[in-house]
Design a protein around this ligand. Structure first.
Ligand code: SF4
Ligand code: SF4
Length: 368
């Protein structure tokens, strides 16, 4: 979910019209129960924003990893392995409980692949028990109607699936061809909000795929967003002409679901650094499979404190700490969360790449 510098891929082909029609094209079901669940969820979301505006002393969002193992191996990804075991459910409950103690508003299960965790639904229940909004990010491969119903019953609020291309290639198997049947299952069974994220940028051979993916997502009644994967050259670069055209078109299509909190991506699309205050370690926490709090998935080990020992004082300190990797950062969830406080509380101290920080290690790595 970070950067990629892959060789060009074979040109993907769109699934045939026949293949699409056999997979089910029905929009997501609208039932009285579904509308009620959606309305209650939106109310809780409004409450979470209000509480974030009222106080800066608690995290807004945390990503928590219940297992690092993944059933795929996308070549740009550095957030998985193929060996690790699931974190035991009692330990997951404790970690989620600590996030609740800190007052975290939204807890999103990330990975690796969360659906590999045998007691994922129990993790979701423990999140809901804290009063937080429960989300998950998945590659969707293991979704089946029965599993979706279990996620409904557990109280999942949001699911995000990132689809990288139309046809699988050596970079990514997160393809519309493979996942289209799963999207149809979600449209039929899911009571939670579903967002489909498409991407343009390094390693993605056909930028037009993002448009196909977004159209399909919107056609099924989901929301859709688009992100940028950068290649490994180490610098922000403006999108090329083809990518730019797709980028503009997808943003036009998804205007309703494309929140203005994603405005920072406009600068990234133009190859420009962003001027913003990263509130990682405070408004956003990344809790890895070992229960260690990091700023984000790309700065593992900073500040490097076990979640059980993370305090409100640390939340307050990190709120006011500038991260010098911020200008070139492309981590959208932290940008979005930090936007809540962009108008207040200038940061007073700085954690410098290669310099002395207040974490367990000596400094941050500049994100490229
Ligand atoms: S599916 Fe997600 S976690 Fe797994 S390898 Fe791909 S990007 Fe990484
Ligand atoms: S600015 Fe640095 S610490 Fe903050 S999200 Fe980006 S990479 Fe992570």
């Amino acid at each position: 979910m970070t950067t990629t510098s892959q060789a060009p891929n074979p040109a993907p082909q769109a699934p045939s019209a026949t293949a699409q029609s056999t997979r089910g094209n029905s929009r997501r079901r609208s039932t009285a129960r579904g509308r009620l669940i959606g309305a209650a969820r939106r109310l809780r979301e409004v409450g979470s924003i209000a509480s974030a505006l009222a106080s800066t002393a608690h995290p807004y969002m945390a990503h928590i990893v219940p297992m690092r193992r993944c059933n795929l191996a996308c070549t740009y990804c550095n957030e998985f392995d193929d060996v690790s075991s699931p974190v035991e459910i009692e330990e997951m409950r404790r970690r989620v409980g600590h996030l609740g103690r800190l007052g975290t508003s939204v807890i999103t299960i990330s990975g690796g692949e969360p659906l590999l965790h045998p007691e994922l639904e129990e993790v979701i229940r423990s999140i809901r028990a804290t009063g937080a909004i429960a989300g998950m990010i998945t590659n969707g491969y293991l979704l089946m109607p029965e599993r979706i119903e279990r996620l409904n019953r557990a109280g999942l609020d949001h699911m995000q699936i990132s689809i990288d291309n139309v046809m699988p290639d050596e970079v990514s198997k997160k393809s519309l061809k493979v996942l289209d049947a799963k999207l149809a299952m979600l449209a039929e069974h899911a009571e939670f909000h579903v967002n489909i994220n498409s991407v343009v940028g390094g390693g993605i051979a056909s930028p037009e795929d993002a448009l196909t993916i977004s159209r399909r997502a919107l056609g099924l009644g989901f929301s859709s967003t688009i992100g940028i994967i950068h290649d490994g050259s180490g610098q922000l670069k403006p999108l090329g002409n083809r990518e730019r055209k797709v980028w503009d078109e997808v943003r036009r299509l998804t205007r309703r679901s494309y929140s203005r909190f994603n405005g920072f991506q406009e600068a990234i699309a133009n190859g420009l650094p962003n001027d913003w205050r990263c509130r990682a370690g405070s408004r956003y926490l990344y809790v890895d499979e070992n229960g260690i709090v990091s700023y984000c998935s790309q700065q593992r080990g900073y500040p490097g404190v076990p979640i059980a020992e993370y305090t409100t004082e640390m939340v307050k300190r990190e709120f006011l700490t500038e991260k010098s990797c911020a200008p070139n950062c492309t981590i959208s969830c932290v940008h979005q969360v930090s936007y809540i406080d962009h108008w207040r509380a200038p940061q007073k101290t700085t954690v410098t790449p290669g310099g002395a920080g207040h974490g367990a290690n000596s400094g941050l790595v500049q994100i490229q």
